[in-house]
Design a protein around this ligand. Structure first.
Ligand SMILES: NC(=O)c1ccc[n+]([C@@H]2O[C@H](COP(=O)([O-])OP(=O)(O)OC[C@H]3O[C@@H](n4cnc5c(N)ncnc54)[C@H](OP(=O)(O)O)[C@@H]3O)[C@@H](O)[C@H]2O)c1
Length: 432
């Protein structure tokens, strides 16, 4: 049923990699998936190499070398951007399609996190949708959940495991007892991690996604500059073991939380209680935990990447374009969209896990306790563990919640004690 809307059905697909090739296959098999009754067909395609094997027959489609030319082509009604990257041709092609008054569907989280507000303004000025369900959690519907299903709720916080590569690495380290670098190499060999893993391991991919969810949850524009990002580098097998002894599992958690001081958007390795739903999302899974005023606690889990799930999410957005749904790209018209007030780092409080490797000498623990007391940091629990493979004696302290500057001050002072063998390691303990 088209309800008088013009029949929008010819796609231009830019990018024929993991997701693009899967979309070509999905549409060849089920081009009639849209509830509007219209058939979706690909008209033009574009990638870097025309000769590359795609695992899908692209011979029926018009080939474009230039994504911008495809985006502007009068032979397409909807532009699908599956190239990736916040800048360069992906950005230029999406802008060109919107300028030309064509609806855009993209899986590009980096683009939306960095330029979502400007692109939303362009889309709304031209009266066309810009949809990006596949950009967050791949095939698991996180964007529609937050943007549509929870629109009337007041969301307090969102916390997610939003990068399957990092989650796979942490799960494998715990299960196999292998080091970070060993598991990373194995993940690269299996295709779970990129040859250059910086975007995933550095926490940036998860940060792109939580920036988008924060904008939708808190009614602002995506604010990449306000995100505080720490990656997995330096997460030690020792910490995974010690955290487990204390009843926690370490995960790379991407979180956005609202408080009186503003919204904090952060990605960092986090200790989660073993019985927390996010702690149980293993392997390459993604998961999201939302706390809302009306809805209470909600948890979803599913595939966060992969060709099939991601292409299905792209197709779902195409169905929405065909249905003609008109709503702002974010939670308010782009002309009214502004960045939500970001919480100052000094206003953030956390419980901390502090791991020390100390010389096995009398008085060490007393000097650490005195230093913490001088800083006003109170200890919640204490664990001392003799480990055969450790160069000194590992000591772990967990603290009561404290302002982060207080914790960093204490760590700096403890790190300067002569009995420390390695610099202290601090990880935050979740308060979700
Ligand atoms: N992979 C996933 O599971 C997943 C999940 C969620 C979201 N996403 C997002 O989906 C997008 C695509 O990811 P992907 O994994 O499919 O990437 P990919 O496998 O690297 O594919 C990228 C495609 O873009 C093409 N391309 C790159 N530069 C180009 C240029 N200058 N001109 C024309 N084409 C160009 C490449 O052409 P060649 O093939 O000829 O090199 C390739 O076909 C990204 O934004 C990604 O973040 C991916």
């Amino acid at each position: 049923m088209t309800l008088g809307n013009p029949p929008i059905r010819r796609l231009g697909v830019a990018g024929l990699g993991t997701v693009g090739a899967a979309l070509v296959k999905l549409l060849a098999a089920r081009g009639d998936f849209a509830p509007s009754g219209e058939r979706v067909v690909i008209s033009g395609v574009c990638a870097r190499s025309r000769a590359a094997s795609r695992g899908a027959d692209i011979s029926p489609y018009v080939w474009f070398d230039d994504p911008v030319a495809l985006a502007r082509s009068p032979e397409i009604d909807i532009f699908v951007e599956l190239i990736g990257g916040s800048e360069g041709v992906a950005r230029a092609a999406v802008a060109a399609a919107l300028e030309a008054g064509k609806p855009v569907v993209t899986a590009n989280k980096a683009l939306i996190a960095h330029h979502g507000a400007a692109l939303a303004a362009l889309a709304e000025a031209r009266g066309v949708p810009l949809l990006f369900e596949a950009a967050v959690m791949g095939g698991t519907p996180a964007v529609k959940l937050v943007r549509e299903a929870l629109v009337a709720d007041q969301i307090h916080s969102i916390a997610g495991i939003l990068n399957g590569t990092c989650n796979y690495i942490l799960s494998e380290m715990e299960q196999s007892g292998s080091s970070f670098s060993q598991v990373l190499k194995q993940a690269q060999a299996l295709g779970y991690a990129e040859a250059d893993p910086t975007t995933d391991i550095g926490g940036f991919d998860a940060a792109h996604k939580i920036v988008i969810l924060a904008a939708l949850a808190f009614g602002g524009a995506p604010d990449w500059g306000a995100a505080q990002v720490e990656g997995l580098q330096g997460v030690d097998l020792l910490d995974i073991r010690l955290a487990k002894d204390l009843g926690y599992r370490i995960k790379l958690v991407a979180a956005a939380a609202r408080s009186a001081g503003g919204v904090a958007v952060r990605v960092h390795p986090t200790l989660l209680p073993l019985d927390h739903p996010l702690a149980r999302a293993d392997g390459a899974l993604n998961a999201l935990f939302i706390q809302g005023e009306s809805t209470g606690r909600m948890f979803i889990q599913g595939p966060g990447a992969g060709p099939g799930p991601t292409a299905a999410a792209v197709a779902a957005d195409i169905a929405d374009v065909l249905a003609g749904a008109q709503r702002p790209v974010f939670q308010q018209p782009a002309v009214k969209l502004s960045q939500v007030r970001a919480a100052a780092p000094k206003a953030l409080a956390t419980k901390a896990y502090i791991r020390l490797i100390v010389r096995d000498e009398p008085g060490v623990i007393a000097s650490v306790s005195e230093t913490l007391a001088e800083c006003g940091l109170s200890i919640d629990s204490f664990l001392q563990k003799h480990m055969e493979d450790s160069i000194g004696v590992p000591i772990v302290l967990t603290t009561h919640p404290a302002a982060e500057p207080v914790i960093f001050d204490a760590i700096a002072r403890i790190g300067a004690l002569p009995t420390m063998i390695t610099p202290p390691r601090m990880l935050r303990i979740a308060n979700i």
